[in-house]
Design a protein around this ligand. Structure first.
Ligand code: HPA
Length: 270
């Protein structure tokens, strides 16, 4: 693994990806943040040695380097999910690379279903903590101890200082930013009514199919990490309607301007 990481990192440095401050994983609902970046370099995932190959049709699959609000950023346009058949190590490989390039902070966005029915679709939720329901760990492999501590601490996986900055920004800009616990599932099927009941019982406020592996690895590497969900549907087990993917995408698009404001203002203040 270390040999692969070095090879990938050296390649990206040769393409000009030098000393970024912040890594950003653009999930659903933050794609247009790219338009705000002064892009200096970009490389398709399929040109980067040892990178998993991009497959999701909704994403373009590029690593971008540039300036955003006075900071050097490296941005993943398109992420990898286990439901596409990638391993948890594949999914989190880019986080290890961004850390080697020099980032100190990882920011993540995603789309999620609202389990907490006080939250409405089209609103945003700051992730305060998570529940990993993906059945495994991105740290469960031979040799992990050469890359960080095997028994990585998870007492505070989301940076309290960044989260309080997010809350201040939300107040200043009149953005309704909820706070809660995100549960990650494998997917790609959505949940049954019984599963939504279980998620509520175990303390989840939102559910999605990403983010937790990347946050675990960010903590393994002692990066500061934070994540925001756009709530795209309401998961009420007593009144469950079939999910329409177009509705999900429309809700993500609706929340996108607020999400972009939160991220831009945060980065300005980091
Ligand atoms: N489950 C339910 N609803 C969702 C999800 C999910 O994983 N992601 C976005 N909306």
């Amino acid at each position: 693994m270390i040999k692969y990481i070095t090879e990938t990192t050296d390649y990206l440095i040769s393409k000009g990806f030098e000393n970024p401050d912040i890594g950003i994983i653009l999930g659903t609902g933050l794609g247009q943040l790219v338009d705000e970046i002064d892009i200096l370099h970009e490389v398709s995932y399929n040109h980067i040695p040892n990178f998993p190959t991009a497959t999701v049709e909704f994403h373009k699959g590029k690593l971008i380097y540039g300036n955003l609000e006075g900071k050097k950023v490296v941005v993943m346009q398109g992420r990898f999910h286990i439901y596409e058949g990638y391993s948890l190590q594949d999914v989190t490989y880019p986080v290890r690379i961004m850390q080697q390039l020099g980032i100190h902070t990882l920011l993540v966005s995603n789309a999620a279903g609202a389990i907490n029915l006080n939250f409405k679709k089209g609103e945003l939720m700051l992730i305060e903590d998570h529940i990993n329901l993906q059945g495994s760990s991105p740290l469960a492999f031979k040799g992990v101890e050469h890359l960080g501590e095997r028994f990585a601490d998870m007492s505070a996986p989301y940076d309290a200082d960044i989260n309080s900055k997010f809350e201040t920004i939300a107040k200043e800009h009149n953005i309704n930013l909820h706070k809660g616990v995100y549960a990650s599932v494998v997917g790609p099927q959505l949940e049954t009514r019984a599963e939504y009941r279980m998620l509520k019982t175990i303390g989840a406020d939102a559910v999605g199919m990403s983010t937790v592996p990347e946050i675990i690895v960010a903590n393994h590497l002692k990066l500061k990490a934070a994540a925001v969900s756009v709530l795209t549907d309401e998961c009420d087990p007593n009144n469950l309607k079939p999910v329409d993917i177009n509705d999900i995408l429309a809700m993500a698009a609706k929340a996108e301007p607020d999400m972009i404001t939160l991220f831009k203002e945060l980065i300005k203040n980091l």
